[in-house]
Design a protein around this ligand. Structure first.
Ligand code: BGC
Ligand code: BGC
Length: 737
């Protein structure tokens, strides 16, 4: 629609119609059976007459269903303004990829971009317009359940992934293969105090700007059309009512022109937060702060008009927000074609097609991190393998956010292994339930034991596994968290595996066989005990539809693993939050002149994590030369070429993930001990070596200085190039301005 026409349409809207554009409800409100639809109307307390003014819905999917909803809606909407269809399509639509934290471990933004492209293709033909993804909250605390939805703890990688995901979803805007992206949760949601979901966030402005905001900005710079506000406070002010974040930073500083949507009920939650005394005040605070759409409450719908009519709210706030929503609809072409890409025929062809499944399988093998390997893996096809554990034959491999998954289509670990091994070489026994007891069901949102998860007789179950495993040469133990132990509302105070599963592992070890442990989880777990009983360990996250095949590819050596941890694996929960790029302290545990006691350390556990950021093994072995710099002096107008020679000193072709870190030795404010600044993946044949080069430029050294400017400072720097964040392969250079 031409801009003048759009303006005409906008001018014709009543106040209530404009407000309707700012309300988002779910599909239940638009059920063809009006009686059923009455339920949600009553629950949420919205005026029934206003339902057909609603601007958008969330989490309903499917070409036919969405077309029907749009049809019914348009019949009853006076101005014939189509609705927007948004949904949480997180790690895949129906072809489910590994959870985002797994994708983070690829250290490969190009591959991650392709997952978003596939997801967009499936979602677009299924009628969706917008996904609430990517979530680029920087996160350092494994207790927080939503670490599974993040890409990990590193700013550099998060920015790369933010850009990759937005570009992957939004592409060239074609209606059959792209959707729009809503980055979330702006801002700082990944840093709740004590890792407890929805808790307060306490961040200094420097850290907020330097560590937490850049990934959202990277999404905005990549053209992301929507931004979701987070539930948390920043310096005492909930983000949904925070005009400094939503107007000064997001719109003024970053130039964001798109739509801001609240997180689910976040406008209404300004009341329990205690910054608004009632819904009316909450509505006023949020719209004035710059939150355009109220997701899933009647707060805007019930209060904005009376606020305007009584002169308490300037109409300009409603006008600007409603116009943004109309502009978004126009950008999607909805006025010409309210169904956009929804197409039942294409949906059948595209969704879960062979090509996408094949790609998902490849992605699985790029996300699993080999944590330990005492010369056990890869297996040969004629070895006798027993696969035991609650994840051995389990289709629940997609993590908590895959609301659209078709579990029947998921390849189990047992099936994946059986396909690749010689006949009769793989046997199976469950061996243990997922959980120790059922007290968790209620907090998972289940009313009662849904079977499978706990067992009346775990001892007997374990004994059966002992029998099966005693016949084998190798025991693969597939264990992990229940998918509902991570994800939203899934914060944990302990980050170990359920006891009953560790007991199974111990029993298996007692048999004297080689043990390969596969770990399924939505977070880094404390694995030191598991490591004691394992000869090899593969961190599998929740791998999605192609889990079994992708993991079997690694187990039997079709793929040489190359993923690296994008989040630190703590030694114990007491270290959380723990991250590689911590700040220098005045009394470092190593290198202080004080006696050991009076340094920054624990007296009962190590400072070091079990597995550091960037860590991951391959079936190959690589050797690094010392770093070579073509100059030791950097200026704003020159660059330094830093190189190493990486050599594959094994008989296995493999990919090495070469990582560049920099340390600013002296700054006007305390600086991190090391920061990732570059990654390169190099594929090397046996005994092949390759020179790997990084270009160092002044902009890589910028930070939020004492004067709050984002800029570099002259002085000495250390540069590290190696296989993970613990590398000591280093050199130095000086920045002169
Ligand atoms: C979550 C968001 C999600 C939204 C809509 C909220 O509870 O925090 O990440 O996009 O629900 O389902
Ligand atoms: C302690 C102070 C103490 C000072 C002098 C420091 O190590 O932190 O509390 O007053 O020593 O003994």
């Amino acid at each position: 629609m031409e801009q003048t026409k759009l303006k005409e349409l906008f001018d014709s809207l009543t106040l209530d119609e404009k407000i309707g554009q700012l309300v988002q409800l779910n599909g239940n409100f638009f059920d063809s059976n009006e009686k059923i639809a009455t339920g949600p109307v009553v629950k949420i307390g919205i005026d029934k007459e206003k339902i057909y003014q609603t601007g958008s819905i969330l989490n309903t999917m499917g070409a036919k269903e969405l077309k029907d909803i749009q049809d019914r809606y348009l019949q009853k909407n006076d101005k014939k303004i189509p609705m927007l269809f948004m949904a949480d399509v997180i790690n895949g639509f129906k072809t489910i990829f590994p959870i985002p934290l797994g994708l983070g471990c690829t250290f490969n933004p190009k591959l991650v971009k392709k997952t978003a492209e596939v997801t967009a293709k499936e979602a677009a033909v299924s009628g969706l317009h917008i996904t609430f993804s990517p979530m680029v909250d920087m996160v350092r605390d494994a207790r927080w359940g939503r670490v599974m939805e993040s890409y990990g703890e590193d700013n550099y990688l998060n920015c790369e992934y933010a850009k990759a995901m937005v570009e992957g979803y939004q592409g060239n805007g074609d209606k059959y293969s792209t959707i729009l992206s809503c980055v979330k949760h702006f801002a700082g949601y990944g840093a709740p105090v004590a890792g407890r979901e929805y808790n307060t966030v306490e961040l200094g402005e420097r850290s907020l700007r330097q560590d937490y905001l850049p990934s959202y900005k990277a999404a905005v710079d990549a053209g992301c059309e929507l931004v979701m506000t987070s539930f948390n406070t920043i310096d005492g002010i909930p983000v949904t009512a925070n005009d400094w974040l939503l107007r000064d930073i997001l719109r003024k500083d970053w130039g964001f022109k798109g739509v801001v949507i609240s997180d689910h009920s976040a406008v209404k939650e300004l009341v329990p937060h205690g910054v608004a005394k009632d819904g009316k005040e909450a509505a006023k605070l949020a719209i004035e702060a710059g939150c355009d759409i109220d997701m899933m409450t009647a707060t805007y719908s019930n209060h904005l008009s009376s606020l305007v009519e009584s002169g308490q709210l300037d109409m300009k706030y409603i006008d600007e927000a409603a116009m943004r929503v109309l502009e978004l609809k126009n950008k999607l072409g909805l006025f010409e074609n309210p169904y956009r890409g929804a197409d039942e025929k294409l949906e059948k062809e595209v969704v879960l097609c062979e090509e996408f499944r094949k790609f998902a399988r490849e992605v699985v093998s790029q996300t699993c991190v080999l944590l330990k390997n005492d010369s056990i893996l890869p297996l040969t096809k004629n070895q006798k393998v027993a696969v035991v554990g609650p994840y051995a034959f389990n289709k629940n491999l997609s993590g908590m956010w895959s609301i659209n998954v078709d579990s029947e289509k998921v390849v189990t670990i047992y099936d994946g292994l059986k396909k690749q091994a010689n006949e009769n070489c793989v046997t199976f026994a469950k061996g243990s339930p997922l959980l120790d007891d059922d007290h968790l069901f209620e907090s998972f949102g289940y009313a009662k034991n849904i079977g499978e998860l706990v067992s009346d007789n775990p001892v007997e179950e374990c004994q059966k596994a002992v029998q099966v495993a005693s016949q084998a040469d190798i025991v693969i133990v597939a264990i992990g968290e229940h998918p509902h132990q991570s994800g939203e509302g899934g914060s944990r105070g302990e980050i170990t595996l359920p006891r009953v599963q560790v007991e199974l592992l111990k029993e298996m070890k007692k048999l004297g066989k080689s043990i390969v442990t596969l770990i399924f989880s939505g977070r880094p777990l404390a694995l030191s005990e598991v490591s004691q009983y394992s000869d090899a360990m593969l961190q599998c996250w929740f791998p999605g539809t192609e889990g079994g095949d992708g993991i079997a590819d690694i187990i039997y050596g079709k793929v040489n693993p190359s993923a690296r941890l994008s989040m630190t694996f703590p030694y114990s929960v007491g270290q959380c939050p723990i991250y590689y790029n911590e700040m220098s302290t005045g009394r470092p545990a190593k290198g202080s002149t004080h006696s050991k006691r009076f340094t920054s350390r624990y007296i009962d556990i190590p400072n070091e994590p079990t597995y550091c950021f960037g860590y991951g093994l391959t079936y190959s072995e690589f050797k690094y030369s010392p770093i070579e710099l073509d100059s030791h002096i950097l200026t704003p107008n020159s660059s330094i070429k830093a190189s190493v020679v990486v050599e594959n000193i094994s008989e296995q072709e493999g990919t090495e993930t070469v990582q560049l870190y920099i340390r600013d030795l002296v700054g006007s404010v305390v600086r991190p001990i090391k920061e990732l600044k570059g990654v390169q993946k190099v594929l090397l044949k046996p005994n092949e070596s390759q020179k790997v080069e990084f270009i160092i430029t002044e902009d890589m050294l910028r930070f939020v200085r004492k004067d709050m400017k984002f800029a570099s400072e002259e002085g000495d720097f250390e540069i590290f190039i190696g296989k993970d964040s613990s590398t000591e392969n280093k050199d130095t250079f000086v920045l002169k301005k």
